[in-house]
Ligand binder design. Structure first.
Ligand code: PLP
Length: 392
């Protein structure tokens, strides 16, 4: 009776939530923990966005709404993407979802099955591999290498694409590496996608969090909009992780099947939240700029601090809010090291292996925490490293 469907064996998880649980358990015993494990901005949602939600509630927007999103929001997303120079599209291609994650789930479920292959970045957001395996398709890791600043190497991608490849997943700026694709990278990847007739899912939830340089995307390349799914949302750009608001922009032939998946799973995204989402897209941009400026300061502190610690080496991230240092020279496995840093230093971070096999030898520190806490964490890590190394 209690036997699960075999497909559940293929469904993974996201260890950030497990580490958070362990960190909270430690805190409940009176220990102090510095949280550098969480992938969410530590800023409040800007006031005008929360006000719009409150007003929508008072106005009675508390009922079911159309499954792909309210028309005003779909229009606002299309207008926003055009205004920001990211994509000229129309509202009928936009589907609003509870968070950006469902766009991955729906896209992969709609497209992929046994016999198909999905190429995804390794290290990468763990759900790419997990959902692909769940769909019955075969996940094919595309290694991102430190010596290439963790960017996709188009030659390696070309070597992995076969006639079974259905989907290539990109993430830029990248979680966990903080890397960002260049214009040349995007053009080379687009050429491979077009030549091999594959669909691309471009995860751009960190597009606004860049440290110099414009955001570029495979969508900038002519001909790509017809074969590319843009995954984005409000969680990171507007510090709205708890609101569960995301969107996908789909090639026209995918909007009906994806809408059907929305109908089958959640019916629609929270009605009043969608009015807040409009306020975010049409309102002032200064709160986003202030947040990114603050992340830039923290980035400097953490990258410099990590590079000062003997045995640790950290590439400067181009975007997102993660530092992904190499700890290979310490000779301690990533998972063991992350566990020990939590236990002995009270610093919660993630092992690189939480993001795929190619993450061995790395840790991920989220710098969505204050400069003061980041400095404390760096000191604590440096202080305990010798004893961790000696004990291993
Ligand atoms: C690369 C990437 N894509 C998607 C998501 C999911 O975003 P959301 O919280 O809007 O579902 C995350 C969240 O951490 C992420 O890091």
């Amino acid at each position: 009776m209690r036997e699960l469907a075999t497909r559940m064996d293929r469904l993974g998880t996201e260890s950030a939530f497990e580490v958070l649980l362990r960190a909270r358990a430690l805190e409940s015993t009176g220990r102090k923990v510095i949280h550098l494990e969480l992938g969410e901005p530590d800023f409040d949602t800007p006031g005008h966005i929360s006000d719009a939600a409150a007003q929508a509630l008072r106005e009675g927007h508390t009922h079911y709404v159309p499954s792909p999103g309210i028309p005003e929001l779909r229009e606002a997303v299309a207008e926003f993407l055009g205004r920001r120079g990211r994509l000229q599209t129309t509202a009928d291609r936009v589907i609003v979802t509870p968070g950006a994650k469902p766009v991955m789930f729906y896209s992969i479920l709609a497209l992929c099955q046994e016999g198909d292959e999905v190429v995804y970045p390794d290290p990468g957001f763990p759900m790419y591999e997990s959902i692909t395996a769940f769909s019955g398709a075969t996940p094919v890791p595309l290694p991102l290498r430190e010596e290439n600043q963790f960017r996709v190497d188009p030659d390696e991608l070309a070597a992995l694409v076969t006639d079974r490849t259905k989907l290539v997943i990109l993430s830029s700026p990248h979680n966990p590496c903080g890397s960002a694709l260049s214009k040349d990278d995007c053009e080379a990847v687009a050429e491979i996608a077009i030549r091999n007739d594959v669909v691309v899912l471009t995860d751009e939830v960190y597009w606004a969090i860049r440290y110099g340089g414009e955001h570029v995307s495979v969508l900038d390349v002519d001909g790509m909009a017809a074969r590319t799914i843009l995954l984005d949302g409000w969680s990171k750009t507007f510090a709205m992780t708890g609101w569960r608001l995301g969107f996908g922009v789909f090639p026209s032939w995918l909007t009906e099947p994806v809408t059907r998946l929305v109908i089958n799973s959640v019916s629609c995204t929270s009605a009043f939240s969608q009015y807040a989402a409009i306020a975010a897209l049409t309102g002032p941009w200064e709160p986003v700029e202030r947040m990114v400026e603050e992340f830039a300061v923290r980035r400097e502190v953490i990258v410099e601090g990590l590079n000062r610690i003997p045995g640790i080496r950290c590439v400067e991230p181009a975007g997102a809010f993660y530092a992904f240092p190499s700890v290979r020279d310490l000779g301690v496995g990533s998972k063991h090291l992350a566990d020990q840093l939590l236990e002995r230093a009270g610093v919660a971070c993630l092992a690189g292996t939480a993001f795929g096999r190619a993450g061995e030898g790395y840790l991920r520190f989220s710098y969505a925490n204050s400069v003061e806490r980041i400095r404390e964490a760096l000191e604590a890590v440096e202080a305990v490293l010798p004893e961790i190394v000696a004990a291993s």
